[in-house]
Design a protein around this ligand. Structure first.
Ligand SMILES: [Cu+2]
Length: 292
């Protein structure tokens, strides 16, 4: 994408030549170039140009990315209402059925779909598997999908969960949380301390996920945009499951859900997106048991 031929060995000249190349390209780059056009800024500007050029060359809406899911992500379906008979995912591009899949598993990693992946709907962008409905007992179910796009040949994958709730869910949940099986840890990155907690840490139930952020002076940072957790279970072929945490108060983010949907080892990642600063990223592993 970036084709630059220096006149001589300085970055200044290198950058000048790049700007000329980009004049046929787009105006944002050229105005950037004029503002920062000095030898002292040339290295930084060159990096900026590379990043910007890279983001233009890849289409944000490219690949077969999901645009809708049924059942919906993180939905809670009460058991004595009508149970889902299929999982349907609509994509932004056409999945190649021979190389794409949707697997639906219960909390013990048993497949509960009928292994009948098919392209449905009118625009060939919708994929469906039917469910063995007699298998939908109360619990957390994981949908893992992979799509090879017929339109651009790229592979995308991901997972999400939905929950079938028994008619009286509240009692079971309360007794579990009273067992007080809490996982917590903390890490400091770039002077920001992330304290994170999962409670009660059991697989295949709704857990609470908390992240608390403090700066070096013990205050809550005010430039937080989003706090996201990602969950991967390599052995079970699950992931990434993505959870957006909600802001409870300054510096305190939380969500509840069945993201840790099966027992075993999970590779998790916290991403803190900030205004005017780089993301903070932290990866950690937890080994999770089935509820007692
Ligand atoms: Cu693509």
């Amino acid at each position: 994408m970036l084709l630059c031929y220096p006149f001589n060995n300085t970055f200044y000249q290198l950058f000048e030549r790049c700007t000329i190349k980009f004049k046929t390209g787009n105006n944002i780059l050229i105005s950037y170039a004029k503002n920062y056009f000095s030898p002292s800024h040339a290295v930084i500007t060159l990096l900026l140009v590379t990043v910007i050029a890279g983001s233009f060359s890849s289409n944000v809406y490219g690949h077969a990315s999901p645009v809708s899911y049924s059942p919906a992500i993180n939905s809670n379906i009460v058991q004595n209402r009508s149970l889902p008979t299929k999982v349907v995912i609509s994509f932004s591009e056409r999945p190649e059925p021979k190389a794409s899949y949707i697997h639906v598993t219960d909390a013990k990693n048993n497949r509960i779909d009928n292994n009948d992946y098919a392209i449905t709907g009118q625009n060939e962008r919708q994929a469906t598997v039917t469910l063995g409905n007699n298998k939908l007992a109360p619990g957390v179910y994981t949908v893992s999908w992979l799509a090879l796009s017929r339109d651009d040949g790229h592979i995308t994958k991901g997972s999400y969960v939905f929950t079938i709730e028994p008619a009286q869910a509240a009692a079971a949940q309360t007794s579990l949380s009273s067992k007080n099986n809490t996982f917590s840890d903390q890490v400091t990155i770039n002077n920001i301390t992330l304290q994170y907690k999962i409670s009660p840490l059991y697989a295949g139930i709704s857990n609470r996920f908390n992240v608390t952020l403090t700066d070096a002076s013990g205050k809550s940072p005010t430039n937080i945009k989003n706090v996201i957790m990602q969950f991967n279970h390599k052995q079970a072929g699950i992931g990434p499951i993505v959870a957006n945490l909600h802001k409870l108060e300054n510096g305190v983010y939380s969500t509840v859900g069945g993201y840790i949907s099966q027992p075993g080892e999970w590779d998790n990642k916290i991403t803190v997106q900030r205004n005017g600063a780089y993301d903070l990223n932290h990866s950690f592993k937890v080994t999770v048991k089935a509820p007692p």
